[in-house]
Design a binder for this molecule. Structure first.
Ligand code: BTN
Length: 247
């Protein structure tokens, strides 16, 4: 049972984006940590790098969670991305196997994306003031119309239909568990679970960067969240988001 995540739930039938809503209220002093903004439908759902997030009305989990990780130095903000990824991956794993986190925070089953995460922070000096984690899990949608790469839903993966409030409850429990590790300073537990869940970790695969395509092996993710890949040529490359493509 989650203690922090979802202790307050704001339910909306339709909204432009739960992240827009949550980032607007996150600075208000009456908002408690773990507040979850949940929508049945988004008219302008946002994905990473200005992409749209497609979701059929009433079919999927669309939530944004407000965090106040004031204990987290700005240069450690990727830890929040890790715990949210682990929480979403844990939730999806309650329903299907083979769940991985594709760096930095896409949730994959096999070669398909079942959930996405969009984190937005406000920085106060050297620390994070508030952080909003927007999460979209494809649950009961059966047809995807946008040009998003490889979308898939739990229904498509399992042939079942799911009760959305149950999925949201599980999501809260899993994120709660990982957020507690972070709050208690058990970074080691978070880091090792993240690496264990990492898509393509330790196996040679094809990538491309600004120098062209190559084969290499993911060896880790550094403190500031950059992906590290050892090229078969021997060189170690380090990437920010969008600097490397998984082929
Ligand atoms: C991605 O591109 O992978 C991130 C997708 C994040 C989508 C979720 S749905 C709930 C929340 N509100 C938004 O507008 N986006 C996030």
């Amino acid at each position: 049972m989650a203690e922090i995540i979802g202790r307050k739930i704001i339910k909306l039938s339709g909204i432009d984006s739960t992240n827009n809503y949550a980032t607007k209220i996150a600075g208000n002093s009456n908002i408690v940590e773990g507040t979850l903004v949940l929508a049945n439908e988004q008219f302008s759902g946002r994905g990473q790098v200005n992409n749209i997030w497609e979701s059929e009305a009433g079919a999927n989990v669309l939530v944004s969670i407000v965090f106040y990780p004031v204990f987290l130095p700005v240069h450690h903000q990727f830890m929040l991305s890790k715990i949210v990824s682990l929480g979403v991956a844990g939730c999806v794993s309650d329903y299907t196997g083979g769940v991985k986190v594709k760096w930095p925070n896409d949730i994959y089953v096999g070669e398909k994306k079942v959930a996405g995460i969009l984190i937005e922070n406000s920085i106060m000096g050297m620390n994070i003031g508030w952080s909003v984690a927007g999460i979209g899990i494809n649950v009961n949608q059966n047809v995807f119309r946008s040009n998003a790469p490889n979308p898939v839903s739990l229904a498509q993966l399992t042939g079942r239909k799911f009760h959305l409030p149950e999925v949201v409850n599980k999501l809260c429990d899993h994120i709660d568990k990982w957020y507690k590790f972070l709050k208690e300073g058990d970074d080691e537990a978070v880091n090792s679970a993240y690496i264990n869940s990492l898509y393509r970790f330790g196996t040679e695969a094809a990538f491309s960067d600004n120098e062209g395509s190559y084969r290499g092996t993911i060896t880790g993710v550094n403190e500031i969240g950059q992906l590290q890949i050892r090229k078969t040529s021997g060189a170690l490359s380090t990437y920010h988001f969008k600097e490397v493509i998984f082929l």
